[in-house]
Design a protein around this ligand. Structure first.
Ligand SMILES: [Zn+2]
Length: 182
């Protein structure tokens, strides 16, 4: 994608999401997109190899994480959990530190899986609202799936078939929390 097209696409999707954010292009040979909860990052490889509607779906997925407040929520929830476990005197000496950290890792995993499904679902809706048609999220997941083959139960990302099947079986109406600033 040309930079001008990319700018227009990003405006379309972020306006559909009603999110004020910016897009950062990172040089990289892996097709990837991510967010720190504020900005959306995409690699040069992603924008160079995918058609506009699929780049839009990848960006919309990341906007889904921002709308869902996944990044700050997860860190806050895990800090609270850690604080609760360590402040519980009864657990001292019975459970080891490794066990506690292991439990937190599992909790992180669980939240992360849930967040991926949610971001897919919001992303699919945003892509549609931005005028790119439906089914773009599944298409994009399929397209980039080949690069991320190694999967385990504890992987932060659910497998592609799982994510696609969730997308296809989701109810028609989904609620999206949108906080408008007036
Ligand atoms: Zn994600």
């Amino acid at each position: 994608m040309e930079h001008e097209e990319l700018k227009k696409m990003f405006a379309r999707v972020s306006i559909a999401a009603r999110v004020k954010t910016s897009l950062v292009i990172v040089r990289g040979s892996q097709r990837n997109a991510w967010t720190d909860g504020k900005k959306v990052y995409v690699t040069t490889s992603l924008i160079e190899s995918l058609p506009e509607d699929q780049v839009a779906a990848a960006v919309a997925h990341e906007l889904g994480h921002i709308i869902g407040r996944h990044v700050p929520d997860t860190e806050k929830a895990l800090e609270e959990l850690r604080g609760r476990i360590y402040s519980d005197k009864k657990s001292e000496g019975i459970v080891s530190r490794a066990f506690i950290e292991g439990s937190i890792a599992v909790a992180r995993q669980y939240r992360s899986r849930r967040h991926e499904f949610e971001a897919d679902s919001i992303g699919e809706t945003l892509t549609k609202w931005a005028g790119y048609g439906s089914g773009k999220m599944s298409e994009t997941l399929n397209e980039i799936a080949s690069e991320h083959k190694e999967r385990s139960v504890l992987d932060s990302h659910p497998t592609t078939p799982e994510r696609i099947s969730k997308l296809q079986n989701q109810p028609r109406k989904i609620r999206i929390r949108i906080i408008r600033k007036t």
